[in-house]
Design a protein around this ligand. Sequence first.
Ligand code: CP
Ligand code: NVA
Length: 300
Amino acid sequence: MKHLLKLSDLTAEEITSILNLADQLKYEKAHGIDKQYLRGKTLGMIFQKASTRTRVSFEAGMYQLGGSALFLSANDLQIGRGEPVMDTARVLSRYLDGIMIRTFAQAEVEALAEYGSIPIINGLTDYAHPCQVLADLLTIRERKKALSGLKLCFVGDGNNMANSLIVGGIKMGMKVAVACPKGYEPDGEIMRWASENGNFLCTESVAQAAEDADVVYTDVWASMGQEDEAAARRAIFAGYQVNDACMAVAHPDAMVLHCLPAHREEEITAKVFEAHAEEIFDEAENRLHAQKAVLVQLLG
Ligand code: CP
Ligand code: NVA
């Protein structure tokens, strides 16, 4: 693995090896074992969009590994004034050991990897959120002791989260079912790949997607960059909520996950959220451990 641009670039073995290393790093942190795997290394973190979890977990993760992290707001870089990504990539490659970038277009992340000479990590694009899904898989495996054969149901917008969950879930042998309104399906190519390579369903029916699910997942109805559509989306997605009715058809021991931030009473009720808060905040914590594993593999 040279970069982490999207999960479709990784094999199931590579995903498993990241999860195993994440378990090890989580254990080492809990037991005060400090191995400084990235002493002297610097990660640049370019943000075109807001972030709480991604920013803080990458920054804290780099410090914990003995390295350092630079927060680079795209507005304050020349990239925000039109300096081409291909130049930025070549310059930053001379200073840094790796770059994490959160932006809109997946093509921008791919261009950084093409022109730069250091590992590039996708910290979320409109297309994918691979770091989140590695943490999600880690959390599911921790609680359910396996991934293969479990049913993962995603309720809501066929967005970056849905795309990455489909790829990650199918690669790890999970059954993946997505419930979304017509016109808001996940990426067509990803759905085709999922249908050809595993057990995948996309339906307008929440009840059908959630039936007997081991993991129920949701995300905001309006993603970053879609703020203008928020009111219209509230009407379109009104039936796509993780609530008691949805949980009633899922497996009785179903976990609920949410990448956060959550909008209570929109994509998830406060009641279901609080009943599963322990899982959801374990998931948020696991961003740290999963990303440290990615950093050690790419920059170590
Ligand atoms: N889940 C996630 O990526 O959170 P942030 O937007 O806060 O980074
Ligand atoms: N789909 C959301 C995920 C946030 C972590 C967004 O892109 O805003």
